[in-house]
Write a protein that binds this ligand. Structure first.
Ligand code: FAD
Length: 479
């Protein structure tokens, strides 16, 4: 006889395990079906966590080099790749093992295997022991995403996706990174710091396509000093395997060397939702034109008892979005009236300098024809930034509603941007206006003061930069 569960969560990534854990906390009998031994998903095994561990190593190398400018020399770094790889793996194992322990403590039942829908209330779970049936009252699909592959490139273990790049098998002499999105740039920074000559090739005319240009510029300038070449408006037309080398032919407007040789290639040209083989055709679950599972604001699919969250349910494909959606789905299943309607979802690019943005962006405001006032506070005017010696092009920006001073969006470029963006996100969610930020006492000397001072720029009285307002601020004048 088939086993039964109140809730089954398919996929143990940050969406799936957050959902399963909350469900168990709320007293729902929960089964998690996941192929791997422990929860964690892409984020912990081959995404956020290992990449940030390696980026930390890259940051240490850069810091040590940069310290020469204020009189501290450490010499050239000695890189023990085996030890670095082992340390990164230890971080991943510690976290995923910890999650496995948390699942057990909460009595979440883990079925290790691959799930497929037989119908809208039955799953087939294939494991090493064979196939079993599981009947459920509710299901949450959290199967995540996988790298887009290009069928026309040759088969070679020298052509990697981000998972392969994070394995850090060696440090290639010449690495081509195909794709200038955040994953490509984070991995470029790692390999360049470890000593590879890195070439980035991007089809669009800017790195981080779609991101506000002012945020990208300082990063582009810094990367120019770290990478061997940045090819914009360029595509890889052909790759030929030539023994241990890969011969690449580029096509584009300004390609000076159309054919170049590399030791490895990282293809980082986007990710796609994992729905293949899930048996969705046996249910009423529908996918969008772009292949994501169609959901409403409660994360419910077109099949009433089945929900979908995280990467498989659409953009932005970020871990924190996945876990928030997971919690909403569980609250709805538990009988709550929750909806997923954030005003702001922060995004962070963990390069040097870091880029973080949240809420409305300038690009989006233009698309929406939304009137905003944009204020910037350059970090050259921040005492704390100067003590870090890290100010080239760094700044804090706020997008403010010119009518009532409400904070609509914000961005930071510089060290710690990824930590500080939470403050602007909170301000947006709480409906704070520029005056609220300006009146909130920030500790000195910190980089977070730049958020307070950006708000003061809007109000026309920033202490550390002189930029009088043309007209009195509506927020100040009580409008
Ligand atoms: C290199 C890299 C760096 C990243 N860095 C960041 C970052 O810094 N910050 C950030 O927010 N995001 C980052 N991301 C994105 C982040 O990893 C994803 O947004 C996040 O993991 C999505 O979570 P999820 O729960 O939707 O699914 P996933 O984490 O993709 O997990 C899905 C799980 O489902 C399992 N599964 C799939 N199909 C089945 C099935 N049929 N049966 C059983 N199990 C199944 C898989 O084994 C997997 O464990 C990064 C991604 C990559 C690749």
């Amino acid at each position: 006889m088939a086993e039964r569960t109140q809730l089954v969560v398919i996929g143990g990534g940050p969406g799936g395990y957050a959902a399963a854990f909350l469900a168990a906390d709320l007293g729902i009998e929960t089964t998690l079906v996941e192929r791997r031994a422990n929860p964690g998903g892409v984020c912990l095994y081959e995404g956020c966590i290992p990449s940030k561990a390696l980026l930390h190593a890259a940051a240490v190398i850069h810091e040590a080099k940069h310290a020469e400018s204020f009189g501290l020399s450490f010499g050239a770094p000695k890189i023990d790749v085996d030890r670095l790889r082992a340390w990164k793996n230890e971080v991943v194992e510690k976290l995923t093992g910890g999650l496995g322990g948390l699942a057990k403590s909460r009595k979440v039942r883990h079925l290790r295997g691959e799930a497929r829908f037989k119908d809208a209330s039955t799953l087939l779970v294939k494991s090493d022991a064979g196939e079993s049936e599981l009947q459920f009252d509710h299901a949450i699909i959290a199967t995540g995403s996988q790298p887009v592959r290009f069928g026309h490139f040759p088969q070679s273990d020298r052509i990697m996706d981000s998972t392969g790049a994070l394995e850090l098998r060696d440090i290639p002499k010449r690495l081509l990174v195909l794709g200038g999105g955040y994953i490509g740039l984070e991995m470029s920074s790692v390999y360049a710091a470890l000593g590879s000559e890195v070439v980035v090739c991007e089809m669009a005319d800017q790195l981080l396509p779609g991101t506000d240009q002012d945020l990208v510029r300082p990063l582009h300038d810094r990367l120019k000093t770290q990478l061997s070449q940045i090819l914009l408006g360029t595509k890889v037309a052909e790759i030929k395997v030539d023994g241990q080398k890969l011969q690449v032919r580029f096509e584009g407007l300004n390609v000076e060397q159309p054919t170049q040789s590399f030791d490895r290639i990282l293809v980082s040209a986007g990710r796609k939702p994992v729905t293949d083989g899930l048996g969705l055709e046996n249910t009423a679950v529908r996918v969008t034109e772009r292949g994501f599972i169609h959901t409403d604001e409660q994360c419910r699919t077109t099949e009433r008892a089945i929900f979908a969250i995280g990467d498989v349910a659409g953009q932005p494909m970020l871990a924190h979005k996945a876990s928030h959606e997971g919690r909403v789905a569980v609250e709805v299943i538990h009988g709550g009236k929750s909806v997923f309607e954030p005003l702001a979802i922060p995004a962070v690019v963990f390069t040097d300098p870091e880029i973080a943005y949240t809420g409305l962006t300038e690009n989006r405001a233009r698309e929406l024809d939304r009137k905003v006032e944009v204020v910037r506070f350059p970090w050259a005017a921040s005492g704390r930034a100067l003590t870090l010696g890290k100010i080239d092009g760094c700044f804090t920006k706020l997008l403010v509603d010119p009518d009532d001073g409400r904070i609509l969006g914000g961005a930071l470029v510089g060290p710690g941007a990824g930590e500080m963006i939470a403050e602007i996100t909170l301000a947006i969610e709480m409906g704070a206006n520029a005056e609220d930020l300006a009146l909130t006492i920030h500790p000195h000397p910190t980089l977070s003061e730049t958020i307070m001072e950006s708000a003061e720029v809007f109000l026309g009285h920033s202490t550390h930069i002189f930029r009088p307002r043309k007209a009195p601020s509506p927020a100040k004048s009580g409008a």
